[in-house]
Write a protein of this length. Structure first.
Length: 384
C-alpha cells in the first residue's frame, strides 16, 4: 500500500470515529433528557414518634346541669317582676311578688286566734294548779276539778289547731314571694305585672337553666364499650368539647355518667360528662363535637394522613429512597384528623411522599420539591 492510500484510510477512519462520537453523544444527551423529563417532583414528610391520645370522636348535645320551671303555688295578682328576661339570677333571689294583702290578713287572724287560745290555756292551767290543792281538802268537788282538766285538754287541742293554721297561713304568705331555687340564666317571661296568676298553672312563669357547669350528652357505639370500661378502671376519662365543626375547643371535663342499658335500636350507650362553663360558651341543646379520651399513647409513630393510600390489598405509602419512590405496605392503627398512627411497616425518620401526581408508581424516579430541599439543607447546616 502506497503512502497516499494509507493517508486516505487514516483520514476516513478519523472521520468515522468523529461521526460515531457525535452519534453517541447525541444519543446519551437524548436519554438524559428523557430521564430528566420522567422524574416526578414530590413533597415528603418524616414519620415521627410523638404522644397521641387514644380517643373516640362523637356528636353530642349540651344540657343544663339543672333546669327549673318556676310556677306559682298560690293565686293572686302579680304586682312586681324583680328581674329582666335573660338575666343571670342567684339562688334565693326574689323573682316575682304576688299581692300579699289577703294572705297577710289570714296570717294575722290565725296568729290572733293562737294568742287568744294560748292565753285561755294558760289561764285554765293556773286554775288547775289552784284547785288541785283545794280538792284534796274537800273545798272543791272532784267533779269540778275533772271538768277543768277536760277543758285544759280541749284548750291544748285548740292551740295545736291554731298552730297549724298559723304555719299554713305563714307558708301561703311566703308563696307571694317567688324566689329562684338555683343560680342560672332566665329565659322568656310568660306573664306581665298586673296579671292574675293561678296556683300550679301548667305554663311556667319562667325557666331557669344552670349554665356553669353543664352536661354534654353523647352516645358511644357498643363496640367501644369494652375499651371504655378497661380504661375507666385505671384513670378518670376526660372529655374535650369542640364547636360543631371541630375548629375550636370550648370546654373540657370528666365523664360522670354511663347509662346501664344499651339502646337496642341504635346499638349505642348514653354517656354524660360535666364541663365547667364559666364563660358561658356552651348553651343548652347546642350541637358539639365530643372527643372521649381513653388515654395517651406516649410513643406513637405518626405520619400525615395524606400520605396513606389504599388498594385491594390494604394500606400503603410511597417512601422516598435514593431518588426513587418505593411502595411500602403499612398497618394503620387509627386516624385522627390529618394524622395517622401506624402500627407496622415504617420506622421513625422514614420519608413518606405526601404530594405526587397520579402516575407515581413503585420505582418511579423522584425529585423533592425545592422548598423541601432548602429546608433539609438548612437543618443540615444548623446541625453541623
Amino acid at each position: 500500500m502506497t503512502k497516499k492510500k494509507r493517508g486516505i484510510f487514516i483520514i476516513v477512519g478519523i472521520v468515522l470515529i468523529l461521526i460515531l462520537i457525535t452519534i453517541l453523544s447525541r444519543t446519551l444527551h437524548h436519554q438524559q433528557k428523557q430521564q430528566i423529563n420522567s422524574t416526578i417532583t414530590v413533597a415528603v414528610a418524616n414519620a415521627v414518634i410523638k404522644p397521641m391520645p387514644v380517643e373516640v370522636q362523637l356528636t353530642g348535645n349540651i344540657e343544663p346541669l339543672q333546669s327549673v320551671n318556676i310556677s306559682p303555688q298560690t293565686t293572686g295578682i302579680l304586682t312586681k317582676i324583680n328581674f329582666t328576661a335573660g338575666q343571670i339570677v342567684k339562688a334565693g333571689q326574689l323573682l316575682f311578688t304576688i299581692n300579699p294583702v289577703s294572705y297577710e290578713t289570714n296570717y294575722s287572724q290565725a296568729a290572733a286566734n293562737f294568742d287568744k287560745d294560748i292565753a285561755q290555756l294558760h289561764s285554765d292551767q293556773q286554775d288547775q294548779q289552784r284547785l288541785s290543792k283545794l280538792v284534796t281538802k274537800g273545798y272543791v268537788s272532784k267533779e269540778q276539778y275533772d271538768q277543768l282538766i277536760a277543758k285544759i285538754n280541749m284548750d291544748k287541742a285548740i292551740v295545736e289547731g291554731d298552730t297549724s293554721q298559723v304555719q299554713q297561713a305563714k307558708i301561703e304568705l311566703g308563696y307571694t314571694q317567688i324566689k329562684s331555687p338555683i343560680t342560672g340564666k332566665t329565659g322568656d317571661i310568660s306573664v306581665k305585672e298586673g296579671d292574675l296568676i293561678t296556683a300550679n298553672t301548667t305554663t311556667p312563669l319562667v325557666t331557669i337553666n344552670q349554665l356553669n357547669p353543664v352536661l354534654v350528652d353523647f352516645y358511644l357505639p357498643q363496640v367501644k364499650l369494652t375499651g371504655l370500661l378497661n380504661y375507666a378502671h385505671k384513670n378518670p376519662i376526660w372529655v374535650e368539647v369542640f364547636t360543631e365543626d371541630g375548629s375550636k375547643i370550648v370546654g373540657k371535663g370528666k365523664l360522670v355518667f354511663v347509662d346501664n342499658t344499651i339502646n337496642s335500636e341504635t346499638g349505642t350507650l348514653l354517656l354524660k360528662a360535666k364541663i365547667p362553663n364559666p364563660q358561658h360558651f356552651l348553651w343548652p341543646q347546642q350541637m358539639v363535637l365530643v372527643k372521649l379520651i381513653f388515654t395517651t399513647q406516649p410513643k406513637a409513630l405518626v405520619i400525615p394522613s395524606e400520605a396513606v393510600n389504599v388498594d385491594d390489598q390494604g394500606n400503603f405509602v410511597f417512601l422516598a429512597k435514593k431518588g426513587k419512590a418505593i411502595l411500602t405496605r403499612i398497618k394503620v392503627d387509627r386516624q385522627m384528623g390529618n394524622m395517622t398512627i401506624v402500627n407496622k411497616g415504617l420506622n421513625p425518620g422514614d420519608q413518606v411522599i405526601t404530594e405526587a401526581p397520579p402516575e407515581l408508581t413503585d420505582g418511579s424516579p423522584i425529585a423533592l420539591m425545592p422548598s423541601i430541599i432548602d429546608s433539609q439543607s438548612a437543618k443540615s447546616k444548623s446541625s453541623s
